[in-house]
Design a protein around this ligand. Structure first.
Ligand code: HEC
Length: 143
């Protein structure tokens, strides 16, 4: 009888302790959520990378073809971020037609395609520089 009482009060004490701790400590994932939502910003130096291609017909048709092959699966055929493979990703593929993307310099976008971030792959070795510039010229027509 006595041991039962001890066990009872011990478990009561530990339950109270757990409740107390969970109310007083700050949530452990608070910082993590902050990092997740941080905007992806290219370094200022990227703005200085100049686009060597003019957005002429040839560059645009090359860019369009490559975009459909490599990027549309996530970013959608019109670049709105609604590609079939993008739905389950976190963060979601960016809407490339948006002001937030279109207001960035060609250099910044070039840098991002080269680096990748999270689910966004990097195209440093799989796309030649010229191909990347063609894609950027095409993206400019999507706004
Ligand atoms: C596997 C899916 C996937 C593919 C394929 C993909 N992207 Fe992305 N892309 C993403 C995701 C997810 C993000 C958001 C990353 C972030 O915000 O951290 C992103 C972000 C970007 C951004 C940055 C937008 C901003 O907010 O500044 C650009 C530019 C971009 N992608 C261009 C491309 C181009 C060009 C291609 C093809 C060569 C491509 N992406 C292929 C998933 C993809």
């Amino acid at each position: 009888m006595k041991t039962k009482k001890i066990i009872y009060s011990l478990s009561l004490a530990s339950i109270l302790y757990i409740i107390l701790v969970s109310f007083t400590s700050t949530p452990k994932n608070a910082n993590y959520i902050g990092i997740q939502q941080k905007k992806w910003v290219a370094p200022e130096s990227a703005d200085k990378i100049m686009n060597p291609l003019k957005g002429d017909e040839k560059s645009l048709s090359v860019g369009k073809k490559l975009f459909k092959m490599q990027c549309a699966v996530c970013h959608g055929f019109k670049g709105k971020g609604d590609g079939v493979a993008g739905a389950g990703l976190s963060p979601k593929p960016a809407n490339l037609t948006s002001e937030a993307v279109q207001s960035q310099t060609d250099g910044a976008i070039f840098w991002k395609i080269q680096q990748g971030n999270g689910p966004m792959p990097n195209y440093k070795s799989s796309l030649k520089e010229e191909s990347r510039w063609s894609i950027i010229n095409y993206i400019r027509t999507l706004k």
